[in-house]
Design a protein around this ligand. Structure first.
Ligand code: SAM
Length: 346
């Protein structure tokens, strides 16, 4: 597995896609999540083990204390909410730059064919479609299944060229109840009408899975979903992505990491049929179910239960995480230190 941070362009890209605004309910749930996170947090571990992470934390702290920083991010949020042609073109070009940078560094978009079946690509949150465009171009004869949030619900416009060998389906992937293992929706659920029937065929597999969807502020959704949408989106993408990637295939997810920071991961040669992978898929579906159907209290419990293995995770994966993060945290610290609002505050 490789973790990839693509320079300054990437720093701007994730800020173009901020999460929802807090409200009272969200505040309460954030508190609950905060306690869970605090108990199990990886941050003290990283602060202890990685000088690069320590440096990034220091620079971030300075950023948070800077009023110019607030103005800068508010302006990025305003831009992110615009759906005009200029913003859409800018964002598409930005994603193309990031995609090509990832590809140059990892060759992630090139599918290693195992037999003569045409390469298959799944993009779970496609628009504007730059990554998919690169993947289709690098794999002649390939075909794709692409989901994306409808523009009428606040999603981005697709810029994918017409005629690409792609089945496009505009829907909210976090409502794919049947594919997430929920055939029976509890009676009286606020969104009962909006859950969606199965979209994947039994055993349908893809060589490459792109799953870098991120919650959009302008996404129209029920109030009960506000604070849970990020969890619902990430668990849907990971569960369906891993379930439908061919053994030996590649996934490109985006990993949110602390506040206002994220990077792409490239996971290759994925062993998607092992007991561990199957358990991970079940676990993500359990979390999605709790985030979608449970009371605040029960959801809080599930989060605590499912997170309780973080110590074990750090024991197994902590040193590798520090190794993978080293270069990224350095790039992020340098980029943040160079940010216009940091300079102004000096
Ligand atoms: C970072 S952009 C993806 C960029 C894309 N990979 C590219 O290369 O152009 C995030 C996408 O996630 C989509 N998205 C966010 N929430 C979604 C949801 N619930 N269902 C489907 N798509 C969603 C947004 O509409 C947006 O198109």
């Amino acid at each position: 597995m490789e973790a990839f941070d693509s320079s300054q362009a990437q720093v701007e890209a994730f800020d173009l896609l901020p999460d929802s605004q807090p409200n009272d309910r969200q505040l309460m749930e954030n508190l609950m999540e905060y306690h869970a996170e605090k108990r199990n947090s990886v941050i003290p571990y990283l602060l202890e083990k990685s000088p690069e992470f320590r440096e990034l934390s220091d620079v971030r702290q300075q950023g948070w204390e800077t009023p110019e920083g607030d103005k800068y991010f508010a302006s990025l949020r305003r831009n992110a909410d615009k759906s005009d042609e200029k913003t859409s073109t800018y964002f598409h070009n930005l994603m193309k730059t990031i995609g090509y940078e990832i590809d140059r560094a990892t060759n992630a978009f090139k599918i290693q064919q195992v037999d003569s079946t045409p390469p298959a690509i799944l993009d779970i949150c496609m628009a504007p479609g730059a990554f998919l465009q690169i993947a289709l171009k690098k794999n002649p004869g390939s075909h794709a299944l692409a989901f994306s949030l409808p523009v009428s619900r606040g999603g981005y416009r697709s810029r994918l060229a017409s005629g690409s060998n792609t089945k496009r389906v505009y829907l909210d992937v976090t409502m794919l109840a049947a594919d997430m293992g929920m055939d029976q929706i509890p009676e009286g659920h606020e969104d009962a009408e909006n859950f969606l029937p199965r979209q994947f065929e039994e055993g349908q597999l893809f060589d490459l899975v792109i799953c870098d969807g991120q919650v959009l502020r302008q996404h129209l959704r029920g109030a009960y979903r506000e604070s849970r949408q990020a969890k619902r989106l990430v668990t849907t993408q990971l569960a369906l992505g891993l379930q439908h990637v061919r053994p030996g295939g590649t996934m490109i997810p985006k990993k949110g990491h602390a506040k206002r920071s994220s990077f792409y991961m490239v996971a290759t040669d994925i062993q998607s049929q092992t007991p561990e992978a199957i358990e991970a898929i079940k676990r993500w579906k359990r979390i999605w179910r709790a985030a979608t159907f449970d009371s605040d209290e029960d959801y809080g419990k599930v989060i605590l239960d499912e997170d309780s293995s973080i110590e074990t995770l750090l024991e197994d994966f902590g040193p590798e995480l520090v190794k993978l993060g080293k270069a990224i945290w350095k790039i992020q610290a340098d980029a943040l230190a160079q940010a216009p609002f940091m300079k102004k505050s000096k």
